[in-house]
Design a protein around this ligand. Structure first.
Ligand code: SF4
Length: 76
């Protein structure tokens, strides 16, 4: 599910960095295979970030490196 504005604000308040997927995603599913607790598919066959308290130690850096179109980046 897409992070809501409220969820993003909560992450910012706690200085929690979080991954962001832009609309260049081609749905190769690599990030979901690597970080299934972080990424999910949306109705438009794009990867989306699920809301978590923390995104550390869940393979996000590996997903960023595996993404063939550089769709994922960290935000904070
Ligand atoms: S790895 Fe990149 S292109 Fe592949 S599903 Fe994830 S965000 Fe989309």
């Amino acid at each position: 599910m897409l992070l809501t504005e409220e969820q993003i604000n909560k992450l910012k308040e706690t200085w929690t960095r979080y991954p962001y997927v832009n609309d260049t995603c081609i749905w190769c599913s690599a990030c979901i295979s690597i970080s299934p607790d972080v990424f999910t598919m949306n109705d438009e066959w794009k990867s989306e970030v699920m809301f978590l308290e923390s995104y550390e130690d869940l393979g996000v850096d590996d997903s960023i490196m595996a993404c063939p179109v550089e769709s994922i980046k960290w935000l904070e």
